[in-house]
Write a protein that binds this ligand. Structure first.
Ligand SMILES: Nc1ncnc2c1ncn2[C@@H]1O[C@H](COP(=O)(O)OP(=O)(O)OP(=O)(O)O)[C@@H](O)[C@H]1O
Length: 410
């Protein structure tokens, strides 16, 4: 580090006032020259200091920019196409397919290889190397060859089961029917209703019944941190389905990518919009009578962008409501099938008491009743166990009012 130059001494000269005028003038001239000299030295020092200040300011600006870019959450996904000498790489950005020649920092240069997926910032500087694509695909999708859910496991929504079978199962199982009549089956089916009412079960049951592979993706997974990732995952999703036909694509929480457009134009919104456009274009692109069917689900129907409900898109809407009393009784019977339940259990009575319970709530009630039996060293579950379980759930719920979800689905 350079040391600051020392400040020159202030020139001093004793001038005898009794000197003859010409000698005093000479002495004053000398003093004046000393002052000019010091002034020049100080002014040089000032220039130097100004230079140093400017260099430091530039350094601060650079560090701040680097800091900003590291902090910023919006990174773009790109694939490394080529690693050149001189610490340079060619990357291709996902989403717009733009190819860019960019420098790699010495920190990253040994870590990137052609074919890697990387996250780049606004100036295309590589920030991270992402996991192998196959991992990313596998992590974000749930793929089941044959889901273990059948129609008999679903209670209280017979009409919805019938509608889903007609809209999804029939085009897969008997495509010729549609050919003969000359109509297109619905492109996509949207199941909407409160949480835990059996929407996922319905989609799994259709897959089971048709021997189709069940591929599930959550809408929230599609709205990722990285720009370009959402539309890429949508493409992967459909590619995966094409590889495994017949297949049922189930997109849960579709509202995460298909909420009504807002005024704000943040990059996050634009990304969500791009993901949705990719989904719509994939849907437009495939054969309606083909071997891939799409089911989406939401419990925020009110928030949906109506664009996804147009003909050729999610054009069959099926509401899956909370079960009524009769439905709750059926679901109770389903969830106690494998349990050792005493003859004294009155399902009709329990169904009457559990107004507002979803299928998932009823499943918890049955499990909780079983826990009461175990706690009391019994292997048979009594009516009182169900009543105790009900009271426990009600009490837990009332102490947890704040977290109870205010779902809207109409
Ligand atoms: N109609 C039903 N019949 C039998 N069991 C049900 C029913 N609805 C829900 N369940 C039980 O609740 C669990 C969760 O249901 P499911 O995942 O299908 O709900 P969902 O409507 O998809 O919920 P979410 O909107 O929260 O994703 C199921 O595994 C099942 O045990």
């Amino acid at each position: 580090m350079s040391r600051s130059p020392s400040i020159p001494d202030r020139p001093h000269r004793d001038i005898d006032p009794d000197l003859p005028d010409d000698e005093r003038l000479e002495a004053l001239r000398g003093h004046y020259e000393d002052l000019v000299d010091v002034n020049d030295q100080l002014s040089d020092q000032l220039d130097e200091a100004e230079d140093r200040r400017q260099r430091l300011q530039e350094k601060v600006d650079r560090v701040e920019r680097e800091n900003e870019s590291l902090k910023s959450s919006s990174l773009y996904i790109a694939t490394v196409e080529d690693v050149l000498d001189d610490e340079e790489v060619v990357v291709k950005q996902h989403g717009n397919n733009q190819e860019v020649l960019t420098e790699v920092s010495s920190r990253m240069v040994d870590r990137v290889e052609a074919g890697d997926r990387v996250a780049v910032n606004d100036s295309f500087a590589i920030q991270t190397v992402l996991d192998a694509e196959t991992d990313a695909r596998a992590q974000s999708m749930e793929i089941t060859e044959k889901p273990a859910v059948s129609y008999e496991d679903i209670g209280g929504i017979d009409e919805q089961v019938r509608e889903v079978r007609e809209a999804v199962e029939q085009p897969l199982a008997e495509p010729e029917l549609f050919d003969e009549v000359g109509i297109e089956p619905p492109s996509g089916v949207l199941l909407y209703g409160p949480p835990g009412t059996g929407k996922t079960m319905l989609a799994k049951a259709v897959a089971n019944h048709t021997d189709a592979t069940f591929i599930k993706m959550a809408g929230s997974e599609l709205v990722r941190k990285f720009i370009g990732e959402g539309s890429r995952l949508v493409r992967d999703l459909f590619e995966m389905a094409r590889e495994r036909e017949p297949a049922i694509i189930f997109i849960d929480e579709i509202d995460a990518i298909a909420t009504r457009r807002t005024e704000s134009k943040t990059s996050g919104d634009a990304e969500v919009q791009r993901t949705m456009m990719q989904l719509l274009s994939e849907m437009d692109g495939f054969e309606a009578r083909g071997e891939i069917r799409i089911i989406a689900a939401t419990n925020r129907f009110d928030m949906l962008d109506r664009a996804i409900l147009r003909p050729g898109r999610f054009d069959r809407l099926i509401e899956v409501p909370e079960p009524n009393e009769e439905g709750r009784e059926q679901i109770l019977e389903i969830h106690t099938r494998g349990m050792n339940v005493s003859d004294g259990v009155d399902f009709a009575d329990l169904a009457a008491e559990t107004d507002g319970y979803s299928g998932a709530d009823i499943e918890s009630l049955a499990t909780e009743a079983g826990m009461f039996a175990i706690r009391n060293d019994r292997d048979e579950v009594s009516h009182q166990d169900f009543v105790n379980a009900f009271e426990k759930i009600e009490n837990d719920d009332s102490s947890d009012v704040v977290s109870s979800p205010g779902y809207f689905y109409q």
